[in-house]
Design a binder for this molecule. Sequence first.
Ligand code: PBG
Length: 333
Amino acid sequence: MTAYGSFPGARPRRLRTTPALRRMVAETRLHPADLILPAFVREGIGEPVPIQAMPGVVQHTRDTLRKAAVEAREAGVAGIMIFGVPEDGKKDALGTAGTDPEGILQVAIRDVRAEVGDELVIMSDLCLDEYTDHGHCGVLTADGRVDNDATLERYAEMAQVQADAGVHVVGPSGMMDGQIGVVRDALDTIGKEDVSILAYTAKYSSAFYGPFREAVGSSLTGDRKTYQQDPANVRESLRELALDLEEGADMVMVKPAGPYLDILAKVAESVDVPVAAYQISGEYAMVEAAAEKGWINREAAIAETLLGIKRAGANMILTYWATEVARRIGATD
Ligand code: PBG
């Protein structure tokens, strides 16, 4: 077959000849139903507030969040992941606003559920960092360390108020040991056995969360290295994965996505539950910033990052571009 010096015996280029051929042989395709829109809702504002480090993303009012949910559904997006930002002055050491049935996240879940019902999967961030005055994902001990087990009690309560508000899926993102088991128990105890858990299984301590901290008005001064994972490690993720599955995770997530495609591929190979990846704020900001400078083709770059994440094994992708990309796919396919 191989011919030296005359003609190549194999010509992979043949299947790249026309757009139609390339489309036919594509191994990976993005579909609107692969996408989940993360969205921020802020208490007590009259107008949406733009997030400087995430051009095009806002802190929604209750009203505009509803609209964003409807637009996402109309574009065919699978779900929405809601983050609540409490009013200034409502943060405290225990993150009380996170368990208040009238807290912003709970109210927003009810709003969105009333608006779109079961037509969009409604998900909620289950973590304390948006609500604590120190900005950590848990409560602190007297000497300022994050208290794992005391935090679990807060998460149990959060899971219950979010479920009562009508969420379909809770997303525990605080990386406390035992959080999935405790949340499962808390949900089952109040008869919410149908509420699913999307476990943030491999959540790395990442510099790329920077813009998110602005998005939720984070008060954090230190870092999260005692609970989020070290970017140097792979085996640690597989251990977290085994624990989350044992504790009852229905779906698992890798986060960030782009810099951790190796982890995503390994997780996807080794589980029989759906796998999500979160393309986070810094991944979004980098593409937007480079595109704004005219250094890359924005739409092509967005599509390529998402295709890469899907190719690595993600069934679902959380991305701030969800609605925009879903519309584009709908228009061309
Ligand atoms: C924690 C949480 C974070 C993100 C989602 N949930 C931030 C953090 O751990 O500091 C980051 C999402 C993003 O950067 O887009 N509640």
